[in-house]
Design a protein around this ligand. Structure first.
Ligand code: XIL
Length: 364
């Protein structure tokens, strides 16, 4: 009899757990009153049926991980490659997922042709602006009405905390100074007056960079440059940002723009120096972790819980949070040159199963 009761209890408990799990909300459901939750994908992700299904169920936002970048769309002057980007845009439209455009002007993943003439000399600023304008207009007009927000300029601020010059050295900057940033936003507004226009960067919670971003956006907006929002890339780790660092950045940014998107979220389990240091210049935080132990998974869950709790408080200004990749197996962080060990930065594990952090993000 006793054994029967025990067995029955186990059976009941199992059934209850299964039912509870099946009732679990997905990310987009849990956050429907707060912000949309997106994910960055490669075209191939949408071809795998099971993966595409999970993407549709979990998220209500999409970004192209690489397929809308300058070099992907216009590898050489006047040579356009649309098919991957078009397919991602079609998938987004078919499934009612608002699409973020990433990105129009970036010093990386852009064809060298943008900066040189046929004799191999750097072009004048007028020529550069003409090329930027053509690129921005062609891309934005093609996706007008289908891409609701664009990262117009990506990563223009220095990564050197000591530098006096707030801007990152690049060929755009060398040819045109900070004016290239202003022009990019002006061209973007002309091309699609309805799209939200973002300045996007990483390590955005670090005081030096946060202040550079804030000062730049404030100054440019005062001069009439059409910047609608700040994209905080959100490449974090389990130690940074701290709650205080995160709040300060949100506080400052929301005092100067009405729209903040967390555009590329992941939370590496490395506690190494400087949470968001993900530029290839710094791989210090990328060594040493090979296994996601329960202890580390717990710390990651704490960090994710804190970040989402704070973001919920800022729901009036945060319109979207996008994860950069679907699961730990796919993360770009482990694919980077020089990366050692693993980073396990997402809410889903190598088998695309929810991790402890996932439950903490949806259960509030
Ligand atoms: C990354 C992609 O995820 C990689 O596949 C690619 O090899 C390099 O770029 N900041 C950005 C993104 O704005 O475009 C980067 O995406 C990640 C860092």
């Amino acid at each position: 009899m006793k054994r029967f009761v025990c067995t029955a209890a186990v059976v009941l408990l199992t059934a209850w757990t299964a039912a509870a799990q099946s009732r679990l909300e997905t990310l987009k459901e849990a956050y429907k009153d707060y912000f949309t939750i997106g994910v960055a994908v490669e075209m191939g992700d949408l071809l795998a049926t099971d993966k595409a299904l999970q993407i549709k169920q979990m998220y209500n936002g999409l970004s192209a991980e690489n397929d809308m970048k300058p070099i992907s769309l216009q590898p050489r002057e006047g040579v356009w490659r649309w098919s991957n980007a078009d397919n991602i845009a079609r998938f987004a439209a078919m499934n009612g997922m608002p699409l973020r455009g990433h990105c129009l002007i970036w010093y990386k993943q852009v064809g060298e042709w943008m900066f040189y003439d046929d004799k191999g000399k750097l072009v004048s600023k007028e020529v550069l602006y003409e090329r930027m304008r053509t690129h921005i207009h062609t891309v934005m007009k093609r996706y007008k009405g289908r891409v609701y927000a664009w990262d117009v300029v990506n990563e223009a601020i220095t990564i050197d905390p000591e530098a006096e010059d707030p801007y990152r050295p690049s060929l755009f900057y060398e040819i045109a100074g900070e004016e290239y940033i202003r022009k990019a936003f002006e061209f973007a507004r002309e091309a699609d007056p309805d799209a939200l226009l973002f300045y996007n960067d990483f390590n955005e919670f670090m005081p030096y960079k946060r202040d550079h971003i804030y000062n730049m956006v404030k100054k440019m907006k005062a001069d009439g440059v059409p910047i609608d929002g700040i994209g905080m890339q959100g490449h974090y780790n389990i130690a940074h940002p701290t709650e205080d660092e995160f709040r300060k950045a949100l506080e400052l940014f929301s005092s100067v723009v009405d729209h903040i998107h967390i555009t590329e979220m992941d939370v590496r389990v490395n506690a190494g120096l400087g949470g968001g240091l993900v530029a290839e210049e710094d791989t210090r935080g990328l060594t040493g972790v090979t296994e996601l132990t329960p202890e580390i998974a717990g710390r990651q869950a704490d960090q994710y819980e804190m970040l989402f709790r704070v973001m919920r408080e800022y729901k009036d200004v945060i319109g979207n949070v996008t994860f950069w990749n679907t699961d730990d197996k796919e993360t770009w962080l482990d694919r980077r040159a020089g990366a050692e060990g693993r980073t396990f930065p997402l809410l889903f594990d190598d088998d695309r199963q929810p991790k402890p952090a996932y439950y903490r993000v949806i259960d509030f």
